[in-house]
Write a protein that binds this ligand. Sequence first.
Ligand SMILES: [Zn+2]
Ligand SMILES: [Zn+2]
Length: 143
Amino acid sequence: MEDLHATVTGRLRRIDQRYTTGRRALVEVLAEAGRPVTIGEIVAGGRVPAQSTAYRNLAVLEQAGVVRRVQGHDEFSRYELAEDLTGHHHHMVCVTCGAVEDFTMPSGVERNLARVIEAVSAGSGFKPEGHRLDLLGTCAECV
Ligand SMILES: [Zn+2]
Ligand SMILES: [Zn+2]
C-alpha cells in the first residue's frame, strides 16, 4: 500500500494537486474493494466523508490517471484504480442489478487477443494501445 501511495503522490504532483487525507482514504477503499464500486458503496464504508467531496476527489484522481471510471449497466458510475496500478483485467457486468466484478483471462487468451487486435489494426493506421472487454450477463444474485 505504501508503494501505491508513493505512486499516487507523484501523479497528483504532476497536475499540481496534493494527496489529501480524503484522497488517501478513497485510494485505500478502491484498493481494498477489488471490484469497481459506486459512490454510494464508497461512502457507505464510513471512511470517506461527504458524497460531494468524494465526487470532486474522484474527478481529480481520474485526471491524475489514478482512478478509472467503469461503464456499468445502470445509471451509477463505478470507479476502480487505474489498470497500470492493479493489473490488466476484464469486467463481468450484471444487466439486472448493475453489479460489476473483475476477472482475468488466461495469459494464452490475452496473447491470442493481442494477435487478433494486431491483425484488425494492421493497415488501418490505428495504433492499438490496449483493450476493454466486458461480459454482459446475469450475476449469481440475480439468476
Ligand atoms: Zn446482479
Ligand atoms: Zn485483456
